[in-house]
Write a protein that binds this ligand. Structure first.
Ligand code: HAM
Length: 429
């Protein structure tokens, strides 16, 4: 017998209701604008991939792979995994579609849901959205700085303040091996005081010990930061200095974070996270992954990327009380004043609807104030005003509902002018 108990959303998931949509629209639209301005092209990737892809790229012993993946066998017996992040899929697509013949670097951006079986808490979900940018095929330290600049610009554009880039370097894979050995040696001395997770990490993924939030582990690792920088080879140190110099030139504020390691194995050289100064939770993170393309079967190809969390960015916008434009519920509001105007309005509405615009109006005898109030309640970007005088003069008044500027447009040009204005407003949104 079926139970009548209501079914609830699984833990760690959320519905994004109409009230929240303005944030999602605002962030996605601005992300596309910043990505396009910086020369990135969009890629849409599948929500699940072969499990092996994430194991190999994110790393066998990372928290993501060992504890957080939604992995299952499909009906054909293939092991697939809901993507926990976007970089591995982008690299797979780069290789699969032979993008190495394109002019390098190949610059791709994405936006979509990711899945991690994490303990749900504020800012941490099991399905969350990421926006990401990947730049494949350029080794120059300037690329790292440019990518960091694009990410920082995005947060500024959406209205966030007090942003800070926390940055570190892991150097070449060779220096990483050395860093790991030195850290293992140092931390082994304190093994008995480490938390149970870190005892395991000491064997499997020692860098992650530096990232542990347990007080005792933090105390032990508070002095270890220099171990990373000190053990980088000269070339890696020089490269890192160059990245920092470029950031200085670009006036991107950053802070050295000697204990920053990031939770994915593919990183080399620059790694960074972006936070707001009032809250230490990462809005996003990224870095260079020069070995990943080769690891996944391609030629030796350098790359750098960044991904930000949409939910965390929304939380930050709310915390900083950033005003987000309300979404328009109509494209255009037509105001009519007088009987003669009414028949002209009907004709105009039909013309505008035919080209696919959402048109609203009030057809009673309401005053101009009432009709304009209705237009602003719907957040209409434009109002067209027609009275008897406009019927006589064969024109209409076009009003910008945001700055209230008005202009007179002759009848035959109305549709064209409306389209132009809407386009303009779309880009100034
Ligand atoms: P990540 O640091 O694992 O990096 O994730 C990037 C961002 O995704 C985080 O800073 C956070 O804002 C958001 N995020 C991660 N997990 C959750 C969660 N459970 N709930 C809500 N938000 C979350 C990466 O994924 C790399 N692929 C970034 C990258 C791109 N590196 C190079 N290219």
């Amino acid at each position: 017998m079926s139970s009548s108990k209501t079914i609830q959303i699984p833990r760690g998931l959320k519905d994004i209701l109409p009230d929240e949509q303005k944030y999602w629209f605002w962030l996605e639209k601005n992300f596309q604008d910043v990505a396009h301005l910086s020369g990135f092209e969009r890629i849409i990737l599948p929500a699940f991939e072969a499990t092996e892809l994430f194991k190999r790229s994110v790393g066998e012993f990372t928290d993501i792979v060992t504890k957080q993946m939604y992995t299952f066998k499909d009906l054909g017996g293939n092991s697939v995994t809901l993507r926990p992040e976007g970089t591995a899929g982008v690299v797979r697509a780069y290789l699969e579609h032979g993008m190495k013949v394109l002019p390098q670097p190949v610059k791709l951006y994405y936006w979509g849901p990711m899945y991690r079986y994490e303990r749900p808490q504020s800012g941490r979900y099991r399905e969350f959205y990421q926006f990401g940018m990947e730049m494949i095929g350029d080794m120059d330290p300037l690329t790292d700085a440019l990518l960091i600049q694009s990410a920082a610009r995005y947060y500024q554009k959406v209205g966030l303040k007090n942003l800070l880039v926390k940055i570190n370097s892991l150097g070449t894979p060779k220096s990483r091996v050395k860093v790991v050995a030195v850290l293992e040696k140092y931390l082994s001395i304190h093994k008995k005081d480490l938390c149970p997770d870190c005892k395991l990490r000491l064997k499997k993924n020692v860098l992650r010990v530096l990232d542990c939030k347990v007080a005792k582990c933090k105390e032990i690792t508070s002095e270890t930061g220099h171990l990373i920088i000190d053990n980088l080879d000269t070339e890696s140190k020089k490269r890192f200095t160059k990245v920092l110099e470029h950031l200085d030139e670009m006036k991107v504020p950053y802070e050295l974070a000697p204990n920053l390691v990031r939770g994915l194995d593919y990183y080399t050289h620059t790694i960074f996270e972006i936070v707001t100064a009032d809250d230490d939770t990462a809005l996003g993170g990224g870095g260079r992954y020069d070995g990943l393309i080769k690891l996944l079967g391609g030629a030796d190809t350098p790359a750098v990327g960044y991904a930000g969390g949409v939910e965390r960015t929304i939380d930050a916008l709310k915390k900083q009380e950033v005003l987000i434009p309300e979404m328009a519920k109509t494209d255009i509001f037509v105001v009519q004043l007088g009987e003669r105007a009414k028949s002209k309005v009907v004709d105009l509405i039909s013309q505008l609807e035919q080209i696919g615009l959402r048109v609203s109006s009030l057809m009673g005898k309401e005053s101009i104030q009432t009709q304009l109030k209705a237009a602003s309640d719907l957040n209409s970007p434009i109002a067209l005003i027609i009275g008897d005088q406009e019927v006589h003069d064969r024109n209409v008044i076009m009003r910008d509902m945001h700055d209230r500027a008005q202009e007179t447009v002759i009848d035959r040009n109305v549709v064209k002018m409306v389209m132009q204005k809407l386009e303009e407003k779309r880009f100034n949104f």
